[in-house]
Design a protein. Structure first.
Length: 171
């Protein structure tokens, strides 16, 4: 299984922006990157009216749209009281033989190595004092007093990329 590192933070903390800037930097190090993102919102990335959308909405439980450039796999769950997805289930759907690293956004309560992304101006509490799986602290301001974790400037994605590459080499 490819190594997994998560990014934990409240909505608006900058996780997605950081990842968007981080992924090309990690790729430039020759890493093949996978991503699992959890959302509490209903999503539909397919376009209404397209064949794949029409066929998927005709009632398939699983739909794989395959092109030369990409595959997209949709799972439809009819159970209205279904629990939130489990990270292990999501990770098992990836082809680990083609990945060097999997980044996870969300799933902040999972026991995986994580970087906390924090924006002090939002006034939200910190995760790291209670979560022993947090291995670094990324913020747009200085680390909190007494934080012994490696500090990463979230406005400098290269520092985060360097930390992750080192973490992979040590792991």
């Amino acid at each position: 299984m490819a190594p997994v590192i998560g990014f934990a933070g409240y909505s608006g903390s900058g996780k997605t922006t950081l990842l968007e800037n981080l992924i090309p930097l990690l790729k430039s190090n020759g890493l093949r990157i996978g991503l699992v993102k959890h959302s509490h919102h209903d999503i539909d990335p397919d376009k209404p009216g397209k064949d794949s959308y029409r066929l998927r909405h005709a009632g398939c439980s699983q739909t794989l749209l395959a092109t030369k450039a990409r595959h997209m796999l949709y799972f439809e769950y009819a159970e209205p009281d279904r629990d939130e997805p489990q990270l292990d289930e999501c990770l098992s759907q990836l082809d680990h033989s083609k990945l060097d690293l999997i980044l996870v956004e969300g799933f902040r309560d999972e026991p995986i190595a994580k970087i906390e992304v924090h924006r002090p101006s939002y006034g939200k509490p910190l995760f790291y004092p209670q979560d022993k799986n947090i291995i670094a602290f990324a913020s747009d301001e200085a680390a909190p007093e007494g934080c012994l974790l490696p500090y990463l400037d979230s406005n400098t994605p290269q520092s985060v990329a360097d930390f992750i590459v080192q973490w992979l080499q040590e792991g």
